[in-house]
Design a protein around this ligand. Structure first.
Ligand SMILES: NC(=O)c1ccc[n+]([C@@H]2O[C@H](COP(=O)([O-])OP(=O)(O)OC[C@H]3O[C@@H](n4cnc5c(N)ncnc54)[C@H](O)[C@@H]3O)[C@@H](O)[C@H]2O)c1
Ligand SMILES: [Zn+2]
Length: 430
């Protein structure tokens, strides 16, 4: 046998900036980010814009043109600003990636040029995938415009689109060149998007930082009331946790089986699919977090007090913990519906199939994060279906009780001990 072995170390770094008014000509940040590494001058830039952002910020295109004119010694627009549909639509149809590739080609971008992507997590994922695959990688500057993309998705090294009905089936790991978080964009977010992004911050707190969970809990009324300062604080801390994880986990490209940042995501991804994306990613993650926290509690891993705090935080932020799709194919049909299908947890439209799909997507052995306490996670490699099905029932009861209280004019709870439906007894055997 003859073999030549080698070991290659690749370092990478990307700054994450926090600013306001990124395309205001007097804001020199974007110019300086590009100038710092300019190996050709001026650099060629293609701007790709989320249509949902464009609708709410119609002056952005002329601002981008003016910005490049004003700073033309450093950056030039290499083609017209391209706008693409916002939300999951851009990831569900590969023709949008084709259109971005075509624009990159028409603009004659090279590997030293820049694609500036402005939009929510879905647009950043699709543009990131196109940029990573054109010429095998063009520099990408992400300008995330939603809470979720500013606190989570834009911080990481992943991009991709959906295929074969599966989330993020096509994609690459490719670090961005830089990320610029501009808080001004958040003002025009619909309430749903504003709330949904907080779930990723709750996730980061649950797996990394108990004091951060305390802070979110304490700031819940301000966050729900759209206090931008409170949100900026949450985004900053969540982004920092995320970046520290990527830098120090030893597995930035997720080659191992453990995925701490995917806490609650096995069911979230499946729920996005089962609801045909009626649920946004962040909304689905809130449910996924509630589900795995409840499973952790019922399994006897997570103390009741912590579990109640997690569950009651969700409605205090306007986040639901249950949708009917969670129970489909898992329940005995009611007597009156005796003709309904019998339970079938293996049915392709049962949420439990999300476990197989999660394992297949990540590779290796099934590895799901559960909680020992807020801030202290651990991996499990087996999920008890009966306990998971009970957990779903607990969430349904919790959601019903919350809605009933709400309908009766009750206040949302921000406290630590709301009546969280009937408490289920944890398994004492574990
Ligand atoms: N790459 C990763 O590591 C990673 C991590 C988490 C989530 N994601 C992906 O991110 C996507 C979800 O992203 P999201 O939650 O940011 O939502 P989104 O991108 O789906 O956007 C939601 C809606 O908000 C609109 N919008 C965006 N910014 C706006 C603004 N400032 N004002 C008004 N409207 C605005 C969009 O046009 C869209 O209609 C999912 O596809 C998810 O899979 C990726
Ligand atoms: Zn997520």
């Amino acid at each position: 046998m003859d073999v030549i072995r080698q070991k290659v170390r690749v370092d990478f770094e990307y700054p994450v900036y926090f600013t306001t008014g990124v395309l205001t000509p007097s804001n020199l940040l974007l110019r300086d980010v590009i100038a710092r590494s300019a190996d050709e001058s001026p650099s060629r830039v293609l701007v790709v814009l989320d249509r949902g952002v464009h609708d709410r910020h119609p002056a952005l295109v002329s601002q981008a043109e003016e910005y490049c004119r004003r700073h033309r010694t450093v950056l030039n627009l290499a083609g017209p600003v391209l706008d693409v549909p916002g939300g999951e639509a851009v990831k569900n149809d590969s023709r949008h990636v084709d259109a971005i590739h075509a624009a990159i080609n028409r603009a004659g971008l090279c590997r030293h040029s820049y694609v500036v992507a402005i939009g929510g997590g879905a647009v950043l994922d699709a543009v990131g995938y196109a940029a990573a695959t054109a010429h095998r990688g063009i520099r990408l500057i992400r300008v995330p415009t939603t809470v979720l993309s500013q606190d989570d998705s834009a911080m990481g090294v992943k991009n991709g689109i959906n295929a074969f009905g599966k989330k993020n089936y096509l994609g690459t790991f490719a670090p961005p060149f830089a990320v610029i978080n501009d808080a001004e964009f958040l003002r025009t977010l619909p309430d749903r998007e504003w709330r949904a992004g907080i779930s990723e911050a709750i996730k980061a707190a649950l797996i990394k930082d108990r004091a951060f969970f305390d802070l979110i809990e304490q700031q819940a009324p301000a966050l729900k009331a759209r206090d931008l300062g409170a949100m900026e604080q949450v985004i900053r801390r969540c982004a920092a946790l995320h970046l520290t994880h990527i830098a120090t986990s030893g597995d930035p490209f997720e080659l191992g089986s453990s995925r701490p940042l995917d806490f609650g995501h096995w069911s979230a991804h499946k729920l996005e699919q089962l609801t045909a994306h009626r649920l946004g990613h962040g909304e689905a993650v809130a449910i996924g977090i509630a589900l795995d926290s409840t499973y952790s509690y019922l399994s006897g891993f997570l103390p009741e007090d912590d579990w109640r705090r997690i569950l009651s935080l969700m409605p205090s932020l306007g986040l639901a913990v249950y949708v009917p799709e969670l129970s489909q194919h898992l329940e005995e049909p009611a007597f009156a519906e005796a003709t309904a299908d019998q339970p079938d947890p293996d049915h392709p439209a049962s949420v439990l199939r999300g476990l197989d799909e999660f394992r297949e997507h990540l590779g290796g052995t099934l590895t799901i994060l559960m909680l020992r306490s807020i801030g202290a996670p651990f991996d499990v490699h087996e999920i008890r279906r009966d306990v998971m099905i009970r957990s779903i029932g607990v969430l349904r009861d919790f959601e019903q009780a919350h809605r009933a209280r709400h309908a009766a004019g009750g206040e949302d709870h921000h406290g630590r001990h709301p009546s969280a439906g009937s408490p289920a007894e944890p398994e004492r055997t574990r």
